[in-house]
Design a protein around this ligand. Sequence first.
Ligand SMILES: Cc1cc2nc3c(=O)[nH]c(=O)nc-3n(C[C@H](O)[C@H](O)[C@H](O)COP(=O)(O)O)c2cc1C
Ligand code: SF4
Ligand code: SF4
Length: 263
Amino acid sequence: MKRICVFLFSGTGMTKYVVDKMKPALEKLQVQVDVYPIEKAQIPGIPFSTYDAVGIAYPVHAFNAPKIVINFAKQLPEALAANVFLISTAGEDHPVNYSSSRLLTRILNRKNCHVFYDKQLYMPSNFAIKYDEPKVEQLMAAVNAQIPQIAQDIANSASCKRESGFFSKFMASVGRAEWFGAVFIGKLFYADQKCCHCGMCADNCPNHNIVNGEHIRFQWHCGLCMRCLYLCPRHAIKVRQPFTFISFDEWYQNEELSVGRKD
Ligand SMILES: Cc1cc2nc3c(=O)[nH]c(=O)nc-3n(C[C@H](O)[C@H](O)[C@H](O)COP(=O)(O)O)c2cc1C
Ligand code: SF4
Ligand code: SF4
């Protein structure tokens, strides 16, 4: 039996949805799958040598892998020499996203890893634009239809590469400014009077950016993953002007699209 592991980062559950579907599809093909949430992964304890392949799954943020994923990849052991597959989710099927794995792949190559598979899937957007229900259903049906083939490909170490042109490479470089922008935009988050101090936002922030004290306080390490905004049971977290547009009032109704929570 083959063994693989997947390091998963999912701000609001879209990428987790894909990995949750992939796991049973791979197990059907006699591939054992261990999933490690990136925000909790303890690299020294991970038995890398026992895995036939290592996966990294992430949402596209500003045409890139999120900074938390890049930082995680940098911490992977030197000379890891693993076969790596990448799964990303984006809100838009647009060539501008096609270089999202470029920096990540470069870092992995430095660790002597071979990225054999790089697949991007399109899920409902969690940023600025909320899709209507027919589009959500259409996107999810398209993802579900692709899962068996993705599982087959990974089980068979088949290759999957995306052509990325100058434009997407340029946009990926420019998009990394979002890492700095995120900490400033995160400072414009606030909890309004509906907050009941349940602590759910602070407990689930992957960057430990929220302090649940007398007031909910947002610090300087926001990664703009959007989790706290949609996880809050009181819809109390808001963003000040001029960035109110980044979140929508209500999360998707589809119950399979749950916002990620700490187990
Ligand atoms: C800060 C931020 C930036 C984003 N940038 C892009 C982008 O450049 N291209 C895109 O297609 N989607 C973008 N999205 C949408 C997400 O990639 C998409 O909704 C993804 O499936 C969310 O996955 P998650 O729930 O696992 O975090 C962005 C989302 C956020 C929060
Ligand atoms: S999740 Fe919402 S209600 Fe709970 S502490 Fe955070 S802001 Fe307040
Ligand atoms: S503060 Fe909210 S948006 Fe920022 S990293 Fe934490 S959970 Fe994500």
